[in-house]
Every structure is written in structure tokens, then in C-alpha cells.
Design a protein around this ligand. Structure first.
Ligand SMILES: Cc1cc2nc3c(=O)[nH]c(=O)nc-3n(C[C@H](O)[C@H](O)[C@H](O)COP(=O)(O)OP(=O)(O)OC[C@H]3O[C@@H](n4cnc5c(N)ncnc54)[C@H](O)[C@@H]3O)c2cc1C
Length: 168
């Protein structure tokens, strides 16, 4: 039986550029092993010969185990990942880390503040708060330049549920 330390193969199913040197990846499991995650948790990707690095869930695993991440090209692993195409297989481990204390947000007005790619780790909790809204939620999103903005699609869906102030 494979242990928790053993990377599982996952398939890249969709890729698109999203912000400066950042890419939006969708992954799906290649076996029946489904994993779960809570907003704020992270996973690791493994490419043999290029190492292992941690990434935040942009969207949590759905019923088929598909999930998304926004990844910035930084060094060894991410440079190799950016050479991958849809259909390629890489290694995955997770979920790891603590989640956001969701219960503490219930019934409280919440203001989310993020800059640049820092919006990615807040995407899953923003999804949760806008979907389970029982108090006002707002977002202030800053970036150095308009080209540094990420998550255009996600922000357009959040715009329908909450006020967003965008600054440069
Ligand atoms: C909990 C957690 C969640 C994260 N979530 C995300 C996420 O959602 N998206 C995301 O994009 N990142 C995320 N990160 C950051 C990501 O894990 C790092 O960017 C990771 O180091 C990338 O791995 P790499 O092998 O590509 O880079 P590495 O090779 O580890 O390089 C990391 C840094 O070192 C620099 N470097 C590398 N080689 C050299 C060299 N020879 N000389 C000088 N500098 C060098 C690189 O420029 C880079 O800045 C997260 C990190 C943590 C801990």
C-alpha cells in the first residue's frame, strides 16, 4: 500500500496564463483516490529531478477530485512545470496545513485585503464566504501594475456577490 509520503500521479487538464509570469492550472486525479481539502490548506507538486514545492488550492477538489492552482514561475520545479502541456502527468502530495477558522467568520462582516498573486491563497475562502454568505463580504485588491493582476475570471464571479475595490 502506498503511504502518505508517496507522490500520486495527477494529470494537468487545463492551463492558461493569468498575470505576470503566473499560470492557472487545473489538475485531476488519475486513480480512484480522491482527496479533500479545506480553504487555506496546501498541497505539493513533485517533478522527479526538479524537486517538490508547495502550492495553495485556488479551488478545492470537486466531486471528481479536480482542483485548481495559480502558480508563479520562481525556480527549478515551476520552470519545468511551465514546460508542461495539458495531459501531462506530475506527482502530487496533500492536503497539508491548517485551514482558515471558517466558523469564526460566521455572521461577521469580512473584509479581504490582498495584493498581486497574494490573492491566490485567499481565493478558496473568498469562494466559501461568497457562497455561504450570511454577512457582508468585501475585497480590496491591489497590484503594482494592471498586468500584475491575477484571477480575472474569479474576480468577475465575485463581483456579482460582493463589492471589490481594485487599486494600482
Ligand atoms: C504553504 C505554501 C503555499 C504556497 N502557495 C503558492 C501558490 O499558490 N502559488 C505559487 O506560485 N507559489 C506558492 N508558494 C511558493 C512556492 O512553493 C515557491 O515559489 C517554490 O519555491 C517554487 O519552487 P521552485 O522549485 O520553482 O523554486 P526554487 O527553485 O525553490 O526557487 C525559489 C526561489 O529561489 C530563487 N532561486 C532559485 N535558484 C536560484 C539561484 N541559483 N540563485 C538565486 N536565486 C535562486 C528563485 O528565483 C526563487 O525566488 C507557496 C509556498 C508555501 C510554503
Amino acid at each position: 500500500m502506498k503511504g502518505f509520503m508517496t507522490p500520486q500521479p495527477i494529470r494537468i487538464t487545463a492551463i492558461y496564463d493569468d498575470g505576470e509570469a503566473s499560470r492557472h492550472f487545473t489538475f485531476e486525479p488519475t486513480n480512484s483516490i480522491k482527496h479533500t481539502a479545506k480553504p487555506g490548506q496546501f498541497f505539493t507538486l513533485v517533478i522527479p529531478g526538479y524537486g517538490e514545492a508547495a502550492f495553495t488550492y485556488l479551488s478545492l477538489p470537486d466531486a471528481e477530485g479536480r482542483f485548481k492552482a495559480l502558480i508563479r514561475q520562481a525556480g527549478s520545479l515551476t520552470t519545468e512545470l511551465f514546460k508542461c502541456n495539458g495531459g501531462d502527468l506530475i506527482g502530487f502530495r496533500g492536503s497539508f496545513g491548517n485551514s482558515w477558522p471558517i466558523a469564526q467568520f460566521q455572521g461577521k462582516r469580512t473584509l479581504i485585503i490582498a495584493g498581486g498573486i497574494g490573492l491566490a491563497p485567499l481565493a478558496a475562502i473568498t469562494d466559501h464566504l461568497t457562497a455561504n454568505k450570511n454577512a457582508p463580504v468585501g475585497l480590496i485588491y491591489g497590484s503594482r501594475l494592471p498586468a500584475d493582476q491575477v484571477l480575472k475570471y474569479e474576480r468577475s464571479t465575485w463581483h456579482m456577490c460582493m463589492p471589490i475595490i481594485e487599486t494600482f
